[in-house]
Design a protein around this ligand. Structure first.
Ligand SMILES: [Zn+2]
Length: 417
């Protein structure tokens, strides 16, 4: 038994100040409104001047501290072992578009990591594929040669024309490797339970049919890297897409006569949207606007973190095999293209409170409860008696002091227990 004594315990609806949380094996046993608890034989952890929050769940993270999901070898295990120091207790390993062979290899790692969690590592959840089925015009740092149309366009491949995303969506001329859309779908089919989220652009030829078939197979379909207009986005939602990839980034913007993807996502409560909470990918005022529009139950704070996260400015790392460099505001490809962030979840939490001006309770909902609910993780993402004891102790600057997974301390600032 472990007692987190005297902390400010962040419940789903309020903060219980100077209280104690008792961990009984892998669960939260009880919560007492007092700093002192008589529990013979229990380990007492002083949590005074700290917040106790539910463990962070990052549904969109590519890597950390020099490791990328597509590095091969034991990349997924390496990432899982490093995330608890940032308060992450569960995460969806996220891949950029890649060849079937690489995808198969990473999903095999995900399967193994889900089957047995090494001591001290974050929980590995089913993967998030920023898939091959995205709009080339909105690809960002995704490798264009790996992008595919869900079905062959009857008009045939064309050169990419700048300016018309619908034309660009049909253009798949520069190809890397010899594989088809169907080869990728075959990999997804054969690893069904290890693929949680599939990001795609619904306006591609066959896009809506792909939404339907992936949803039927049990995946969360996420609208992202897309040039869809408002109506196409609504059609995707009607077809079952219930997730959105990094709201605002790499999608048609919202204007008053062209409401685009953003307005469709903001106006539909049956879609939960990811938001990169570093204050740079999306301006703090727009973060505040989006969270206010959808409510904290409709937004998931994500990092979109890369192998550059946790490394100093100027460091290099990889994203899907390509070199990225850590800049002041995020990770960049060699040509300067923004290639994800260097954000970590503890800093996202801090930004939500300090810069976006939401409450600590709301920040915990955005970083833990809403992602848990979206992934249907029963017993996760909140603090209550009987919930799974995945917990983070934060100091007053929202720095991680300790992280617990399944009731066991997996990280302590200054040295792992
Ligand atoms: Zn990403």
């Amino acid at each position: 038994m472990i007692v987190l004594a005297g902390g400010d315990i962040v419940l789903p609806d309020r903060i219980l100040t100077s209280a104690s949380l008792i961990i009984d094996s892998t669960r939260i046993g009880s919560i007492e409104p007092t700093t002192r608890v008589d529990a013979t034989g229990a380990t007492i952890v002083d949590a005074t001047d700290c917040y106790v929050v539910p463990g962070f769940i990052d549904v969109h993270v590519h890597g950390i501290e020099g490791h990328d999901t597509l590095d091969g070898g034991s990349a997924i295990a390496e990432i899982a072992s490093r995330l608890p120091r940032y308060g992450v207790t569960a995460f969806c390993p996220t891949t950029v578009a890649c060849a079937p062979k690489e995808l198969r290899a990473v999903l095999a790692q995900v399967k193994a990591a889900r089957a047995s969690r090494p001591e001290g590592s974050a929980r590995v959840l089913p993967a998030h594929l920023e898939s091959n089925f995205i709009n080339p015009e909105y690809r960002g740092a995704q490798p264009i040669g790996c992008l595919r149309s869900p079905i062959a366009d009857p008009k045939g491949p064309r050169r990419i024309e700048q300016g018309d995303p619908h034309d660009a969506a049909r253009a798949f001329t520069a190809r890397e490797g010899d594989f088809t859309a169907n080869d990728i779908l075959q990999v997804i089919r054969s690893s069904r339970s290890d693929v949680g989220i599939v990001t795609l652009a619904p306006e591609l030829p066959g896009g809506i049919e792909l939404v339907r078939s992936l949803v039927t197979a049990g995946h969360l379909v996420s609208i992202g890297h897309t040039g869809a207009n408002f109506d196409e986005t609504i059609a995707a939602i009607e077809a079952g897409a219930s997730h959105a990839t990094h709201l605002f980034n790499r999608m048609t913007p919202m204007t008053h006569r062209e409401p685009g993807v953003v307005a469709a996502l903001l106006s539909r409560q049956d879609v939960a949207a990811e938001l990169i909470c570093d204050g740079y990918h999306v301006h703090p005022a727009m973060c505040r606007l989006a969270i206010t529009a959808k409510g904290v139950d409709g937004i998931m704070a994500i990092t979109d973190g890369t192998g550059g996260s946790g490394l100093p400015v100027g460091s290099t790392a990889r994203l899907g095999g390509r070199t990225i460099r850590v800049s002041e505001h995020g990770a960049l490809l060699e040509d300067g293209t923004l290639a994800g962030s260097t954000l970590t979840m503890d800093r996202a939490f801090e930004a939500i409170v300090s810069r976006f001006e939401f409450s600590i309770v709301e920040a915990a909902t955005l970083c833990s409860m809403t992602p848990a609910r979206q992934l249907a993780l029963a017993g996760f993402g909140f603090i209550a008696e009987g919930a799974v004891a995945d917990l983070v102790v934060l100091d007053r600057g929202f720095r991680v002091v300790r992280t617990f997974i399944d009731g066991r301390e997996v990280y302590r600032n200054g040295g792992v227990a």
